[in-house]
Design a protein around this ligand. Structure first.
Ligand code: PRT
Ligand code: ZN
Length: 286
């Protein structure tokens, strides 16, 4: 029987859509019409997907039920799970923050000495409190943490925040972020062959997709005497591709450009006389 890489993804929730999109971008096609099946096989890659609760993914990686998975860094850190974080994936970004009632006078978390903090992240919070020598007690809750101050369960909360609107709606204000998180691709510390080789090949694809996400491919026409200036501006991966146009004195220049500086570079290219600038997305870069 063919060996398969067993990949754990969240069954439903914030991680699911981006996790599936990433695997699709890696050109893994899964059986159509997943329906309610919790286990599907890739049609064109030796892998199967298992749909799980996100909290269970690190444990299943450690005990060998699955080989790898996609989960929030917050879950790994809270579980102190000995999995390998192979790649940060750039989605499901959030922070674990200490927040207090809006009208309270607390100016920083040191003011919480002797008080109670409600959290579903007792280990991460304990580490933070120890590091900062704050003697607060932790009221452990598994959900609806933001409600705790208003019903007298705690003086502050420590929970995940992304937009901040849940805090706002519950009359809380963020005091301090103690941990930042995003989705990560994790795997077991050791895997046997041929599973290890399949994992390596998937990781290679994930990195190629991730690298490409921040890049664009630019094609433009420019008077040939300005090519050296253009090459300084958009050096590409090694150097830009420069091709002569059939019109004498003109060249076509092609290069990969990183997103961060994209619009600034376009303005500079225009000021150097670039014409017919064509911008394409990059699917994979390796
Ligand atoms: O059922 P299962 O156990 O698999 O899912 P879950 O309900 O435990 O997790 P889910 O889908 O809510 O979150 C999965 C992962 O997404 C988390 O482990 C984080 O890594 C990440 N993530 C990113 C978040 C948030 N942003 C987030 N905002 N997880 C939870 N929240 C919650 C937060 O707890 C708070 O209640 O959203 C609320 C705050 O959101 P804002 O936007 O109002 O600030
Ligand atoms: Zn969960």
């Amino acid at each position: 029987m063919e060996s398969l890489l067993r990949i754990g993804v969240q069954k439903s929730g914030r991680l699911l859509e981006d996790s599936l999109e990433l695997l699709k971008a890696c050109d893994l096609d899964f059986e159509r019409g997943r329906g309610s099946s919790l286990r599907v096989f890739a049609e064109n890659f030796p892998a199967e997907l298992l749909f799980l609760r996100d909290d269970d993914i690190p444990g299943y990686v450690v005990d060998g039920t699955i080989d790898c998975g996609i989960v929030g860094e917050n879950i790994i850190a809270e579980a102190e799970s000995p999995v390998l974080i192979l790649e940060k994936l750039g989605f499901s970004k959030c922070r674990l923050s200490i927040s207090v009632p809006k009208g309270s006078a607390f100016s920083d978390s040191r003011a919480l000495d002797g008080l109670r903090i409600a959290s579903a992240y007792p280990r991460l919070l304990t580490r933070y409190l120890k590091r900062n020598e704050i003697k607060a007690s932790i009221h452990e809750m598994s959900g609806s943490v933001e409600i705790a101050p208003s019903i007298g369960l705690a003086d502050a909360v420590c929970d995940l925040v992304s937009s901040g609107s849940t805090l706002l709606m519950n009359g809380l204000r963020e005091l301090e972020s103690i941990f930042t998180s995003e989705a990560v691709f994790v795997a077991a510390q050791t895997l046997q062959e041929p599973t290890a080789a399949i994992l390596k090949s998937l990781l290679f694809r994930i990195r190629a997709v991730k690298r490409a996400k921040n890049c664009k491919y630019i094609l433009l026409n420019i008077r040939t005497e300005r090519v050296p200036e253009i090459a300084d501006l958009i050096p590409g991966l090694r150097s830009p591709t420069v091709l002569p146009l059939s019109e004498p004195g003109w060249s076509s220049v092609h290069a990969v450009v990183e997103d961060q500086e994209f619009w600034k570079k376009i303005e500079l290219l225009k000021s150097l006389g670039a014409e017919g600038i064509l911008v394409c997305g990059v699917e994979k870069l390796m």
